[in-house]
Design a protein around this ligand. Structure first.
Ligand code: GLU
Length: 811
C-alpha cells in the first residue's frame, strides 16, 4: 500500500518479532517503542528496526543502582508475568547483596493481593519491594499494601514501570516522609529543549502525567523517521512502492538509507537525547529518579550509564527532610527496666526516669518529636535469629510495635541482622559482680601468719636437726675438748677435758642465734663453727623474711576472695553464677568460641534452680542475699553503678569483652541518621558525661577499705604475742616448781627430813628477803660408804654436781 515505515505493534512481543523479520526482508524501516529483549544472534537480522525503548540490560543497571542505595539486607522482587521475570533476570543475577526473594503476583481475578503482601510482611519480614507490573496495577497494589500496614516509613517500594508518573498517588502525598515510593522515568528535560515544531505553542508539561512512555517513544520514533525522510528527500525524490510479502522485492536503497540516517543522527526527543546503536537499540539514555514527596512524584536525581545515580539533593538535605518529617510526631519507644537506665517513676510525666529516659528526652528535644514509652513484654531484651525469629525488644521493632528501643541494650551482631542500631552512647564489657570478702577479725596468732605452717614445721625441724648435729660434731671434734676454764668448779681435775657443747648448750646456742640474741657459749672447732655460720645465714634470711611480711599480717584483717577471675569461677561449683535471662551477656557465653566460656554457659544452663534472672537488679539482689554463694555476670557500667551504692559488693577480675550500648531502630529506619547526629551533638556538648555523672555518682561514696587501720596496731592484732609470752612464763614457772620440788626431795632425803619441811624451809628462805646469798646446808656426817650431794653457793646453783672430799661422788 506504499507504506514507508511500520510502527509497532505495542502489545504482542511475538507479533513484533514477526513484523521485524518481515520489514527486514522487505527493507522497510520498522519503528518500535516497546520493551523487547534482544537475542544477540538476531541483532544483525533486525537491521531495519529502530527500537526507542531503553535496552533492558541498561535499564537493569539503573534498577541495581537504586536497590544498592537502599542498603537493605533483603529485598522481594515481585513480578506480574513472565516478561517481568525475564526483564529483571539480569538485575537479579548480578546482585550479590542484598538477599533477593522472588515472588510472582498472584493471578487473582478480583485482584486481591492482600494475603500475598501480608505474607511478605509477616513471614518473609521484607521491607524493600521491587515490583514489576503494569502501571494500572500500581495504585491497587499500594492501596492494598496500605490496608495491611505495609505503607509506612519503614517500607520501600520501587516500581520498574517507566509509566510510574501516570499513577495518581494523591492519598499518599500528604503522609510526607512516611511513604517510600521510587521509580524512574525517561528524562523529561528533552520536552522543553525539543526543537520540534509540533511542540511549539503547547505546554507539554501540563499533560505529561497522562502520557505513557510508549506513546512518547512513538512520537519520538515518528519524529526521527520524518527527519530522516526529509534528509533523504533532499538528495532526490523518494518513491514509496507497493510491496508484497509474496514477492522477493524489497524497497531497496531508500529504505536502508532512511533507517541508516535514523541510527546515525542523534536527536533531542521528548524522551531525552536519542542516540541509537548500529543495531537500532537505545542503549545510551538518561533517566529521572522519582520519589514520592509532598507535591507528588518529584525528580530527586538522575541516572545515566556513565554516571550511575546522581541525587540532586545532598545527604544533609535528605537528613534535614527526615528530621523535619519527625518534628511534632510521637514515636513509640520500647524500654527495658534496669537501674539506672530506665526505672518506673510515677512522679514523671512519662512514667519513667533514668539515664536512657533523659538521653531520649534530649534527643527528642533536639529533633522536636515526642515519645511514648512502654516496657518490653516480660522486660525481655531479646535477640534475632533467622531460625527462631525475633524476641523481646527486637520483636517489638520488627513487628512495628515500636519505632525505637532504648535500654542498656548492647549492639550485637545477631541483633544487627534484624534491626538497625544508632551510634553507641556508652562503652562497657562483661565482668563479675560478687560479694566483697568479709574482713576477717584479726587473729590472735596473726604474728604466725608471715610464715606458713609448713615453714614453721620446717624451721622447728631445722632447729632440732642443727642443734643435734652441733652436739655430735662437737663431741667428735678434738678442739671442742678443752681444759676446764677458770669458771670450772673448784677442785676439778686439771687432767680432765671438758666439752662445753653438750646437748643442752647446743640447743641454747641455736635458739640464741635464731632469736638474734647470741650466747656466751660458742663453738671452737672449724666444723662446729661451720655449722654455726650456716645456721646464722639461715636465721638471718628467715628473720628478715618474717619481719618484712609481719606488718601486712598484723594490720587489717586479710580480705580473701575465693574467686579472682572467670577461670576461678569456672573451676568450682560451690559459688553459682548466672546472667540476665534474655541479655547479651548470656548470649556472649552461649556463642563464644572460647572453651572456658562455653563451659561456663553449660554450667549456667544445667544449674537447678536456675541461675538466670529477669533483670540486672534481680541479679544484684541475689548476689547480696546469697552471702557469697552467687556471682552475677554483669556489664561493667552497671557494676560501676552498683558498687557506688552497695559497699558490700565488688567487681571480680577484668572485662571479658568490649561492647557498646546503642538505640535500636526498625530495620531500614530512615531516622537512624537523625538519631545519630543528635547523639553526636549531645556527646560533643558534654551532656552525655553530665548525665552519666548525674545518674551514677552516689551521694555517700563507700569508704576506702585500704585506708582503714593502716597505721595503728591494736591489741587484736598483737594479742597473740602476749599470749605466747604468758604461756612461756607459765611453762617457766612450772619447770621452776618441778625443779624446786625435785631438789627439795633430794635434800629432804639427804637431811633425813620430810619433803614438806624441806620445801617450807627453802620457801621461807626464798621469800625472807635475806639477799642473794644462802648458807650451805650441812648434811649429817656420812659414813665413808655413804654418798651425799652438796649444795654449792646460792639457790641458783643447785645443779652443780660436785664431789667434795671426804665424801664420795654419788654413783
Ligand atoms: N546489655 C544487655 C543486653 O543488651 C543486658 C544486660 C546483660 O545481659 O547483662 O541484652
Amino acid at each position: 500500500m506504499g507504506a514507508a515505515a511500520v510502527v509497532g505493534p505495542q502489545v504482542s512481543l511475538t507479533t513484533s518479532r514477526h513484523i521485524q523479520s518481515l520489514c527486514h526482508s522487505l527493507q522497510v524501516p520498522h519503528l518500535e517503542g516497546r520493551w523487547s529483549y534482544p537475542v544477540p544472534s538476531s541483532w544483525t537480522r533486525e537491521k531495519f528496526t529502530a527500537n526507542f525503548y531503553p535496552t533492558p540490560p541498561d535499564l537493569n543497571q539503573a534498577y541495581i543502582a537504586l536497590i544498592k542505595e537502599w542498603n537493605a539486607k533483603a529485598i522481594a522482587v515481585i513480578y506480574e508475568d513472565n516478561d517481568g521475570l525475564i526483564r529483571l533476570q539480569e538485575a537479579l543475577t548480578d546482585l550479590r547483596e542484598p538477599k533477593v526473594h522472588l515472588a510472582q503476583l498472584p493471578n487473582d481475578p478480583n485482584r486481591d493481593y492482600r494475603p500475598f503482601l501480608k505474607m511478605i510482611k509477616m513471614t518473609m519480614r521484607i521491607r524493600h519491594l521491587v515490583i514489576d507490573c503494569r502501571a494500572e496495577l500500581i495504585r491497587t497494589i499500594m492501596d492494598q499494601a496500605n490496608q495491611i500496614g505495609l505503607v509506612s516509613e519503614y517500607f520501600s517500594f520501587m516500581f520498574t514501570s517507566l509509566d510510574l508518573h501516570t499513577v495518581d498517588f494523591t492519598p499518599y502525598q500528604i503522609q510526607q516522609g512516611r511513604v517510600n515510593i521510587t521509580g524512574f522515568r525517561l528524562l523529561r528535560e528533552g520536552w522543553r529543549q525539543s526543537s520540534d515544531s509540533c511542540a511549539q505553542g503547547q505546554d507539554w508539561r501540563t499533560n505529561m502525567n497522562q502520557l505513557t512512555t510508549t506513546s512518547m517513544l512513538m512520537y519520538d520514533a515518528l519524529h526521527s523517521f520524518a527527519r530522516a525522510l526529509r534528509t533523504s528527500e533532499r538528495e532526490g525524490p523518494i518513491s514509496v512502492p507497493t510491496l508484497s510479502c509474496d514477492t522477493e522485492r524489497g524497497w531497496g536503497t531508500n529504505g536502508s538509507q532512511i533507517i541508516r540516517l535514523m541510527l546515525q543522527t542523534p536527536m533531542m526527543g521528548r524522551s531525552g537525547l536519542i542516540r541509537l546503536s548500529e543495531f537500532g537499540r537505545r542503549d545510551d539514555f538518561e533517566l529521572d529518579v522519582l520519589e514520592l514527596g509532598a507535591a507528588g512524584l518529584e525528580v530527586v536525581g538522575s541516572w545515566s550509564r556513565a554516571g550511575g545515580v546522581n541525587y540532586t539533593r545532598t545527604w544533609g538535605q535528605k537528613t534535614e527532610e527526615i528530621a523535619t518529617s519527625m518534628s511534632g510526631r510521637t514515636f513509640r519507644v520500647v524500654v527495658g527496666l534496669a537501674n539506672p537506665y530506665v526505672m518506673e517513676d510515677n512522679t514523671t510525666e512519662s512514667g519513667f526516669s533514668g539515664f536512657c529516659i533523659d538521653l531520649m528526652g534530649e534527643i527528642a528535644k533536639k529533633k522536636k518529636f515526642k515519645v511514648e514509652y512502654h516496657v518490653s513484654p516480660n522486660n525481655q531484651y531479646g535477640t534475632f535469629s533467622e531460625k527462631e525469629g525475633p524476641s523481646g525488644m527486637m520483636k517489638e521493632l520488627m513487628e512495628n510495635a515500636a519505632d525505637m528501643a532504648i535500654a542498656d541494650l548492647s549492639i550485637t551482631l545477631d541483633r544487627e541482622k534484624g534491626v538497625d542500631f544508632s551510634m553507641p552512647w556508652m562503652n562497657l564489657g562483661i565482668s563479675i559482680l560478687y560479694r566483697k570478702p568479709v574482713k576477717a577479725p584479726p587473729q590472735l596468732f596473726s604474728f604466725m601468719g608471715p610464715l606458713s605452717t609448713e615453714v614453721w614445721i620446717y624451721m622447728g625441724t631445722a632447729y632440732l636437726g642443727v642443734s643435734v648435729l652441733l652436739f655430735i660434731l662437737a663431741r667428735l671434734s678434738p678442739q671442742e675438748w678443752q681444759e676446764p676454764g677458770v669458771c670450772s668448779m673448784a677442785g676439778a681435775d686439771p687432767d680432765f677435758l671438758e666439752n662445753e657443747m653438750n646437748l643442752r648448750n647446743s640447743f641454747w646456742f641455736t635458739i640464741g642465734s635464731l632469736m638474734q640474741q647470741g650466747c656466751d657459749i660458742n663453738p671452737k672447732a672449724v666444723s662446729t663453727r661451720m655449722v654455726a655460720a650456716w645456721w646464722w645465714v639461715f636465721t638471718l634470711i628467715m628473720i628478715s623474711s618474717y619481719t618484712a611480711n609481719l606488718a601486712a599480717f598484723l594490720t587489717a584483717g586479710r580480705m580473701e576472695t575465693p574467686i579472682k577471675s572467670a577461670e576461678d569461677l569456672a573451676k568450682q561449683t560451690t559459688i553459682k553464677y548466672g546472667a540476665k535471662k534474655t541479655g547479651s551477656t548470656k548470649y556472649f557465653f552461649r556463642d563464644s568460641s572460647k572453651e572456658l566460656y562455653r563451659r561456663m554457659y553449660n554450667f549456667m544452663e544445667s544449674a537447678r534452680p536456675t541461675v538466670y534472672v529477669d533483670s540486672s537488679d534481680a541479679g544484684v539482689e541475689r548476689v547480696i542475699k546469697s552471702k557469697g554463694l552467687y556471682a552475677y555476670l554483669m556489664e561493667s557500667s552497671g557494676i560501676e553503678y552498683v558498687l557506688e551504692r552497695n559497699c558490700e559488693l565488688t567487681q571480680v577480675g577484668g572485662l571479658l569483652d568490649h561492647k557498646s550500648y546503642g538505640i535500636a531502630l526498625q530495620p531500614g529506619s530512615p531516622y537512624t541518621t537523625v538519631i545519630n547526629s543528635a547523639i553526636l551533638e549531645i556527646q560533643e556538648e558534654g551532656r552525655l558525661l553530665e548525665l552519666k555523672n548525674r545518674w551514677w555518682k552516689a551521694n555517700t561514696p563507700c569508704p576506702d577499705d585500704n585506708k582503714v587501720n593502716a597505721n595503728e596496731l591494736g591489741i587484736d592484732n598483737v594479742g597473740g604475742v602476749f599470749v605466747v609470752l604468758l604461756g612461756g612464763m607459765c611453762v617457766a614457772v612450772l619447770i621452776a616448781f618441778s625443779e624446786f620440788i625435785w631438789k627439795s626431795r633430794k635434800l629432804a632425803h639427804a637431811e633425813h627430813t620430810s619433803l614438806m619441811n624441806e620445801m617450807a624451809k627453802e620457801l621461807k628462805f626464798a621469800f625472807s628477803c635475806k639477799g642473794s646469798s644462802k648458807p650451805v646446808s650441812k648434811p649429817e656426817p656420812l659414813r665413808p660408804s655413804q654418798s651425799a650431794t652438796y649444795l654449792s653457793n646460792g639457790p641458783g646453783n643447785w645443779n652443780a654436781d660436785v664431789t667434795f672430799e671426804p665424801y664420795q661422788r654419788k654413783p
